[in-house]
Design a protein. Sequence first.
Length: 243
Amino acid sequence: MVIVSLVPIPYRIAALTAEKNALFSYPPDRLSGIIRDVGFRCTYCAKCCTRAFNGHVFLLEQEVATARAIDPDALEPAPDPEFCDQHGTFYVSGYALKVKDDKEGSCWFLENGRCTIYDRRFAICRIYPYMLHREPDEDGIIDWRQISGFEKHGKYNAKITDEESRTLARETMEYEHAFLDHQIAFLECVQQWFARHQLRHVQKVYDDRMRQFKKGSPLTVMVYTGGQFEKCQVFPKPAPRES
């Protein structure tokens, strides 16, 4: 069961804005040095291309049109909608890449363990496993996190040039800025939409509709894209096929 944050939207916007300001203050050379020290090299294991290992691939605003141009069927609303109004309509911050119905939940563009759009892959795919945002560790201590899935894929301690590390650091910071901008814009849009249409988030309606969804009923989801909401119908996925 997803419990939507009870923090009022203006406070959530303020928190994201503060995180963005902190990101502006983070020295790029520090991240570049971490990237050189980690020395990650992809071994094409494709673990990060599956939902079983790595959640979902959230697309930045400009990437939605790119994905649609490659394959209109490649998109789906990002999982775990943030809001549900009193009429049972859900609201989510954007689109994610669709996954296949295999056991691993492989990326839509993964074939025989290889990315079919590698030369056009999306921002999060290019910078992975690097990241730069603040989150709590297993002890609840909030600090900067710069790498995901350490020692669970790929190889480490490879030689990374200064130029390569600086490029990765810059692209990682650009991604995090763009993601925060997108989330802030989504919350502002929800706030305005709810006020204009006299809507409110109702957790009980959220939970009831999710239970119906698990039993086979579709969901109506408003997806934030292009500065507005786009209505989608989401149907329960079939049980994963065995590989």
